[in-house]
Design a protein around this ligand. Structure first.
Ligand code: SRM
Ligand code: SF4
Length: 551
């Protein structure tokens, strides 16, 4: 038998995710945690990182890496109140690196929190009823859902379901409260982890709910997904999707991005039971001997969809019906004011790469704080790294607009259309897995692409560009019309041909290109696109129609 991975031992011997984290937090001789605890702390929503910009300098000075923590909030459906936003702002200013990072899975990240400030940060989140439980690690992560707030009653139901699903699939250990919030220790009381057992899941597990025609959550990129079926204005159930996932390793064909399969239809009341069955099937059959082969997508690819569905039906007692018709039209966000079914207004604002900080001529951290001070609805974080000021009364729109104008919060919405849909993962300097820049490279790249697109007269055509610093795919680059996937500093693999609905993977076109080569390739293709484009045709569709250029 092949051996279990070391992470399996760490989880199963962790005493319900406690390990020696509490002890490590109190140890003033290092800014980090013991190796095993650094793994475990992920299941509490934090990653130990160091600043890679100064890693070498510190090594030469024989100093330990400058350990800091990235902390990710649990925010089902991306919903947060103004009071919560103000707490997030204050944590970012006081304990983190004075920025807030909106993620591709609808939540907030803080970067740069020192070990000594971790408990105070967690307490500040808890004071506003926020936690970070299970946002990282081998558990069901933050549940995401179509973020358009109250476009219809079905959207409201889905937002509420995201919350319930998240709660339902949470680990039950009290370790989080004990370690971070000085909660009472339940000495001697054996804890039962009904859904996870001692070893939790073989790998991360992600859940999303989409409400067609919007696929703003890229539901097919998730291990578990639900596509809302609305008939005669009523949410009647969901099409279940299983086995999506994007992470891959350069040069290892056994790893691959995979779109989820649509497995069948289920009524609303069956969702929690079926979700549990999908997750526990993966818990019991996922590969615990190889973390590169441990996601649900590989379990399904190896054993077959029919086997998987039969197992889920057996566990849940639910027989899936044939999938019902649905159609996605877009996986991007809609900017500008939108009116919901209840008459209230929603304003999604573009946040490039999800980073909200005060920069020269762009005081966005302060601007968003001012919005939170006056706003009487709620905020929604979108899975495209943007945020929505949601639930605004007609009478309040002018005040919101004034703050937006004062702090230039809409500055990123101007220029070529590609600026509005582009995504970039965090990458350098905090991500330990980054091979190339992403977030910090995006502004420069967009400027150059914009010039090319303008030269060819197609700058107004929507275009999805997604850049990541490595093949793990955190900005879902494999679904973009143009995906750039980091290979080495300044070099990327160029992927082409995603659609604009999150339903088609792109293909690797050229490897290891520098910027000049990328722009040269795209220049030729944009010229062809401009000349031969059919009405309303997107770049990715054009490439397929005209025969994808051979690599
Ligand atoms: Fe991710 C690991 C950031 C969404 C696939 N991801 C990481 C880590 C934690 C690096 C690490 O393991 O040490 C990155 C932290 C960087 C930093 O400094 O903040 C990181 N991932 C992110 C975020 C912040 C990217 C962003 O720019 O928004 C996203 C946080 C989402 C959230 O709120 O939970 C993020 N990651 C994704 C997505 C997109 C999605 O889920 O829709 C994917 C692809 C989908 C998927 O999971 O297949 C993704 N992240 C990965 C993987 C590859 C997993 C795999 O199956 O191979 C890793 C590496 C790993 O798990 O070993 C990873
Ligand atoms: Fe880091 Fe790679 Fe994810 Fe980017 S895609 S955040 S470089 S793990």
């Amino acid at each position: 038998m092949t051996e279990l991975t070391p992470v399996e031992k760490i989880k199963s011997e962790s005493r319900g995710l406690r390990g020696t984290i509490a002890h490590g937090l109190a140890d003033p001789t290092t800014g980090g945690l013991a190796d095993d605890d650094a793994q475990l702390v992920r299941l509490h929503g934090s990653y130990q990182q160091d600043d890679r910009d100064i890693r070498e300098e510190r090594r030469l000075q024989k100093l330990e890496p400058l350990w800091r923590f990235m902390v990710r909030l649990r925010l089902p459906g991306g919903v947060c109140t103004p009071a919560q936003w103000l707490a997030i702002d204050s944590i970012a200013r006081r304990y983190a690196n004075e920025s807030i990072r909106l993620t591709t899975r609808q939540t907030f990240q803080f970067h740069g929190i020192a070990k000594g400030d971790m408990k105070a940060s967690m307490a500040a989140m808890n004071a506003e009823l926020m936690d970070t439980i299970a946002t990282c690690g081998d558990v069901n992560r933050n549940v995401i859902a179509s973020s358009n707030p109250v476009e219809s009653p079905a959207h409201l139901e889905v937002a509420e379901l995201a919350q319930r699903l998240s709660e339902h699939l949470l680990p039950k250990t009290r370790a989080y409260h004990e370690i971070w919030l000085d909660g009472e220790k339940l000495e001697g009381t054996p804890e039962v982890e009904p859904l996870y057992g001692k070893s939790f899941l073989p790998r991360k597990f992600k859940t999303a709910i989409a409400v067609p025609p919007s696929n703003d959550v890229d539901v097919l990129a998730h291990d578990l997904g639900f596509i809302a079926i609305v008939e005669q204005g009523r949410l009647v159930g969901f099409n279940l999707t299983v086995g999506g996932g994007l992470g891959a390793t350069h040069g290892d064909p056994k790893t691959f991005p995979r779109l989820a399969d649509v497995a069948g239809f289920l009524p609303v009341e069956a969702v929690l039971g079926v979700a549990e069955a999908v997750m526990t099937t993966q818990r019991d059959f996922g590969d615990r001997t190889n973390r590169k082969h441990a996601r649900l997508k590989y379990t399904i690819a190896d054993r077959g969809l029919a086997w998987f569905i039969a197992e889920v039906e057996k566990r849940s007692g639910v027989t899936l019906e044939p999938a019902r018709p649905y159609a996605f039209t877009s996986n991007s966000d809609r900017f500008g004011w939108q009116q919901g079914f209840d008459g209230r207004w929603h304003r999604t604002l573009r946040v490039p790469a999800g980073r909200i900080a005060d920069r020269y001529n762009q005081p966005w951290l302060t601007g968003w704080r001012e919005l939170a001070r006056i706003h009487r609805g709620d905020f929604r974080v979108t899975a495209n790294q943007n945020a929505t000021v949601a639930g605004v009364a007609e009478a309040d729109r002018a005040t919101i607009d004034a703050v937006i104008a004062q702090y230039r919060l809409d500055a990123a919405e101007h220029g070529a259309a590609v600026r509005r849909d582009a995504l970039a993962c965090v990458s350098m300097p905090t991500c330990p897995l980054a091979m190339a820049e992403a977030e910090r490279y995006l502004p420069q790249l967009l400027g150059k692409l914009e010039t090319l697109l303008e030269n060819h007269g197609v700058a107004d055509v929507p275009l999805s560009l997604r850049v990541t610093g490595c093949p793990n795919g955190c900005a879902r680059p494999y679904l973009a019309e143009i995906g750039l996937i980091g290979k080495a500093p300044g070099r990327y693999n160029l992927h082409l041909g995603g659609d604009a609905r999150g339903e088609r993977l792109n293909v690797l076109y050229r490897e290891n290109l520098d910027e000049a080569a990328i722009l040269a390739e795209l220049d030729v293709m944009f010229a062809g696109f401009a000349a031969a484009r059919e009405p309303d045709e997107r770049f990715g569709d054009y490439l397929w129609r005209t025969g994808m250029p051979a690599a």
